[in-house]
Ligand binder design. Structure first.
Ligand code: UFG
Length: 340
């Protein structure tokens, strides 16, 4: 059985990916420091798959602990590196923490890949690297725009580090640029954990509907889009998780064509904020309380993925649509409420 290290494996995308990996027959070891997740996730993964993943708790930006971990786990055959901070707004206030956590942890992992001859890594990147693209749908060849947040800058820097490192060393990586991952596992045992007031649209919608928040603010209805609200490419987290399994299989199976490959992970469909709300109301039967508010600083107007390269070259395609995303997000919110 091939052993895969999943960093950040108790987080939102990480936990869904661990489930898919185990179901495909991989042995998983998770490293996480629970900076944005909970230890219960390990039990919930086990409830879904029947297999308890191996687990170690430490911070991957700690060079000594990371080296010690790899010294004890020389049989790791591939790495999926999720562990990172991800809140755009927070990164503006805590830039050093973002660079420290996101960039240094990548360097520590690469140092040990080199030391122990671990060749393959999948890296979590983001469509944030495109900023507001000049052409839509956006392809992987679109120019990288100047980052406006430390968070976005860490993703750009990490991609550049991977580009130079993979050219110089026998290391191969696939960087997956996520669009907007939402939804939850159909079991409602894992999903996005709410810590504080959500920044992202879908957790805010479900928390408003369940009564945790009074009203959803729709940030801007004066964009140059059909209904005036901003457009994103929302994608089901389980589709994202499956892409990671395909990516790791591609590298282990020697199918990669270059040292660093980059793929967009989106559905190719853009949805406006109002369309997301309508889908939520349709599948939940709930009426959502929302108000139009001014634009949120830093938001782009519209972005959705050109998925042809991922579909054709990676051989992966998102399968779940907006209503399935919203139904699973709502089921998860209700499951969280019933545990309180
Ligand atoms: N929105 C609202 N009200 C809210 C929250 C969001 O109207 O309460 C709107 C936003 O203005 C935006 C859309 O819903 O138009 C989606 O917002 P999210 O915060 O859910 O997602 P973003 O597209 O802003 O952010 C995502 C990722 C980031 C990444 C960014 C890159 O969460 O990690 O894409 O553009 F950096």
């Amino acid at each position: 059985m091939k052993k895969i290290l999943v960093t950040g494996g108790t987080g939102f995308i990480g936990s869904h990916t661990v489930v898919e990996l185990q179901q495909e027959g991989y042995e998983v070891i998770i490293v996480d420091n629970f900076s944005n997740s909970s230890i219960d996730v390990l039990d919930n993964i086990t409830r879904i798959t029947g297999i308890k993943p191996a687990f170690e708790e430490f911070d991957l930006s700690d060079r000594i602990k990371t080296a010690d971990f790899f010294r004890r786990n020389k049989d790791i055959e591939g790495i999926i590196h999720f562990a990172a901070f991800k809140a755009v707004g927070e990164s503006m206030e805590k830039p050093i923490e973002y660079y420290q956590n996101n960039v240094v942890s990548l360097l520590n992992i690469l140092e040990n890949m080199k030391a122990y001859g671990i060749r393959d890594m999948v890296f979590s990147s983001s469509c944030t690297v495109y900023g507001q693209p000049d052409e839509l749908p956006v392809t992987e060849q679109a120019p990288i725009k100047q980052a406006w947040s430390p968070y976005g800058n860490t993703k750009q820097m990490c991609e550049e580090i991977l580009s130079f490192t993979t050219s110089a060393l026998p290391i191969r990586t696939i960087a997956l640029r996520y669009f907007n991952p939402i939804g939850a596992h159909e079991s409602a045992l894992i999903g996005e954990l709410p810590l504080g007031v959500p920044n992202n649209l879908v957790p805010f919608i479900t928390q408003t509907a369940i009564g945790l928040r009074k009203v959803l603010s729709v940030f801007g209805d004066d964009y140059n889009t059909p209904d005036g609200t901003a457009i994103r490419d929302y994608i089901h987290v389980v589709d994202i998780a499956k892409a990671h399994v395909v990516a790791i299989q591609r590298m282990i199976g020697e199918k990669g064509k270059s040292d660093l490959e980059i793929f967009n992970l989106g559905t190719g469909n853009g949805s406006s904020v109002l369309e997301v709300i309508q889908s939520f109301e349709r599948v939940s039967g709930e009426k959502l309380n929302y108000q139009i508010k001014p634009r949120r600083p830093g938001d782009v107007e519209k972005v959705w993925a050109d998925t042809r390269f991922a579909n054709e070259e990676l051989g992966w395609k998102a399968e779940l649509g907006m209503d399935e995303m919203m139904a699973s997000a709502w089921k998860w919110e209700k499951a969280l409420a019933s545990k309180k």
